[in-house]
Design a protein around this ligand. Structure first.
Ligand SMILES: Nc1nc2c(ncn2[C@@H]2O[C@H](COP(=O)(O)OP(=O)(O)OP(=O)(O)O)[C@@H](O)[C@H]2O)c(=O)[nH]1
Ligand SMILES: [Mg+2]
Length: 420
């Protein structure tokens, strides 16, 4: 479905790029095509009309910046509006320090609650939080077994009691343990519909648990039915978010509307065009990001993100090309020689560090270095090398930044990470 949507939108964008005149007639035509594509993909009618109204208004009213022609500008408007459309309701979960912060998962049978519990647990434990899972699904046979198997795979403690049929009692049974955790994830039972029985059950669990976030897990292929389902669940129990991504435990990413729209539209084709547009428009953004890097204001978490990107995208110099503000920067040779195996090892090392250490690698003591190395099955020298690499990059950026960042940024024009 998404593939079709992408194809239709892409052909519309190509039409804009290939047009001779941009007039109201063409814009009307384009807006109608976009509407049709979105409606076919089962997007809510009201939202589609709002989106197309915005696109039309901007396409007619706004003038392209000097160095961009109107076609390129309109393509960019469509792209921006799609990103805004998908991104406006984006909500990040902030794990507050409260020991434990509680996330409860709800959903119908087979929607992916249990899998998502494990994904979330892995996601947050990787980021240094101590995470536990509590299984309150007393309905499905072997529910706890499934959860425990998943927990074992990702090294997360799972609490539950197969013999107890009352979820409230299970919650109470382990209540003393929860304060040991930064985050407690609560998996609940589903039904084939949101019936009275399920409502009563989640209502009573909700009152007992008092979760900080309630996430509704919905299968991605149910289209607009998602809305009424979400509505109903929300009425029973204030749902704070939705979630879903893929089957494997690693398949949880923070939703990034830019990346999503980019992928959907197959940015490769339009990349050059949009890149040009972005250079003209997003110089401000690029400057901010560039400044952060140049101030040396980055840590292991940023490095880790870059490594993950790199695994998908290729060598370091290419990645640096895509970081706003760093395109065209020549890296020292050593920095480029970091190859696949090493990256993998680093990833394990990062995963063994605490959040504080990732945020400020300089706090790593000799003792910790040895512990982390042991935990990740590596040598302390690997961590020392990683630190060296980190300090080198940081120093390099700082040196670059000690000149005049404004001037420097002009030289390294802003580029969007848009190669998928
Ligand atoms: N494609 C895809 N499959 C998923 C995803 N999440 C879970 N699954 C699969 O969907 C099936 C059900 O997932 P569960 O996590 O057991 O779902 P649940 O909501 O806990 O199910 P019940 O406990 O029976 O209500 C399993 O086969 C999972 O492998 C996902 O995000 N994408
Ligand atoms: Mg389950």
């Amino acid at each position: 479905m998404l593939g079709n949507l992408g194809d239709s939108l892409k052909s519309t964008l190509k039409k804009i790029a290939g047009s001779i005149f941009i007039d109201e007639k063409l814009i009307d035509e384009i807006v109608r095509e976009i509407q049709r594509a979105l409606l076919q993909a089962d997007v809510n009618v009201k939202l589609v009309f709002e989106l197309s109204k915005n696109i039309k208004k901007r396409a007619l009213d706004e003038k392209a910046p000097k160095n961009l022609d109107q076609r390129e500008y309109i393509i960019n408007v469509v792209y921006e509006e799609l990103v805004k459309f998908l991104g406006e309701n984006r909500k990040e979960i902030k794990i507050e320090k409260k020991k434990p912060f509680k996330i409860m998962l709800l959903g119908l049978f087979g929607s992916g609650k249990t899998t998502t519990s494990a994904k979330l647990a892995k996601y947050y434990s990787k980021r240094g939080y101590k995470v536990g899972i509590l299984g309150l699904d007393v309905w499905r046979a072997a529910a706890l077994k499934q959860l425990k198997q998943l927990g074992e795979k990702i090294n997360i403690n799972v609490y539950g009691n197969e013999k107890e049929k009352n979820p409230i009692k299970i919650y109470k049974e382990f209540e003393k343990e929860y304060k040991d955790y930064d985050l407690l994830i609560i998996d609940t039972a589903g039904r084939d519909a949101l019936n009275d029985e399920l409502i009563k059950e989640i209502d009573s669990i909700n009152k007992m648990v008092n979760p900080d976030e309630v996430l509704l897990v919905i299968s991605a292929d149910i289209g607009q039915a998602a809305q009424s389902q979400a509505q109903k669940f929300h009425e029973t129990c204030k749902v704070t978010g939705f979630i879903g991504m893929g089957e494997k435990i690693d398949d949880l990413e923070e939703f990034n509307p830019k990346g999503f729209v980019g992928r959907m539209l197959g940015m490769g084709d339009l990349e050059a065009l949009l890149e040009k547009a972005k250079e003209a428009i997003n110089e401000e953004d690029a400057k901010d990001m560039g400044k952060k890097m140049l101030k040396g204001d980055f840590n292991f978490l940023d490095l880790y993100d870059q490594l993950q990107m790199m695994n998908k995208m290729g060598p370091l110099d290419k990645i640096f090309d895509m970081i706003p503000g760093l395109g065209g920067v020549k890296l020292p040779k050593e920095a480029l020689q970091v190859q696949g195996d090493k990256l993998k090892a680093w990833k394990y090392l990062f995963q063994s560090m605490t959040k504080e250490e990732l945020e400020d690698p300089e706090i790593l003591t000799g003792d910790r270095i040895n512990r982390i190395a042991k935990g990740a099955g590596r040598n302390a020298s690997d961590i020392r090398e990683l630190l060296k690499q980190y300090r080198m990059s940081k120093k390099m950026m700082k040196t670059m930044g000690s000149g005049n960042p404004e001037k420097l940024m002009k030289k390294f024009k802003g580029k969007m990470p848009m190669k998928f």
